[in-house]
Design a protein. Structure first.
Length: 255
């Protein structure tokens, strides 16, 4: 396929928006994966190409959080390990999801995420958070078990996985929003390495397009950490919802 400079610039711009959204809340891949599909990539290739930026944005966010004094790598690592079996299984399923079925699944995911977003404020403003470092054993066990399920979705299609991970960390484990994002980016980085390896081994990545996305993702992730909580959340909320509606209509029309 022919890749124009305009397409690379568009992907870098969308990557920056995606990186910001992914770190602060989630759903950034709802912008980038459909964009790759619209540029002509088959579903699995778009899914795999998107993982380059996801990995680099997550590594950037880990570094930025640590520089601001937020890191708890032991807990982040055990939660990440819980996602490993599911991420492997999900990624191998993802490379086989092709054509119209991918578009239909993607549209269904977008609708589901929009529904979840309606209840987003109920867990982002959780007042019963634990003191930093004080997580009870039942909360830890429940969090790890649920994270294993989140890993399946993260490996499979990635889109909207932040909306699964954040309630687990915030509502189930009782962490503050900043700690939630701190662990989330580590977990996503971990299973993104697994998923990227699977997609690359199947030849399902266009590296040039992925590099353009990654450049934007890194920039967006850096500023996402600096903000850490969603300022101007109402604007982002409505912009994302309108974008989702347009993408859902396009995907269903094509299907």
């Amino acid at each position: 396929m022919t890749i124009s400079p305009e397409a690379l610039a568009l992907l870098a711009f969308l990557g920056a928006a995606s990186g910001f959204l992914n770190v602060v809340a989630g759903g950034g891949s709802l912008l980038t994966v459909p964009a790759l599909v619209f540029l002509g990539l088959p579903g699995p290739v778009a899914n795999g190409t998107n993982r380059i930026g996801i990995l680099l944005q997550s590594l950037t966010a880990i570094w930025a959080f640590r520089n601001r004094g937020f890191s708890a790598f032991k807990l982040s690592f055990t939660l990440s390990l819980a996602t490993l079996p599911g991420a492997l299984a999900g990624a191998y399923a993802g490379v086989r999801l092709e054509g119209e079925l991918f578009n239909q699944v993607l549209a269904g995911v977008m609708i589901l995420v929009m529904i979840i977003m309606q209840f987003q404020s109920s867990w982002k403003t959780n007042e019963q958070v634990q003191e930093r470092g004080a997580i009870s054993r039942p909360r830890l066990i429940a969090g790890h078990l649920l994270m294993a399920l989140a890993g399946i979705w993260g490996g499979f299609i990635q889109i909207g996985v932040g909306f699964l991970i954040m309630p687990i960390l915030s509502r189930v484990m009782g962490l503050s929003l900043v700690e939630t994002n701190m662990h989330k980016v580590f977990i996503v980085a971990f299973f993104s390495i697994v998923a990227l390896w699977v997609f690359a081994s199947q030849g399902q990545i266009v590296w040039l397009l992925g590099g353009a996305l990654a450049l934007g993702n890194v920039i967006g992730a850096y500023f996402g950490v600096r903000i850490s909580v969603a300022r101007g959340e109402r604007f982002i909320y409505w912009t994302l919802n309108l974008t989702l509606i347009a993408m859902i209509a396009k995907l269903l029309w094509d299907a």
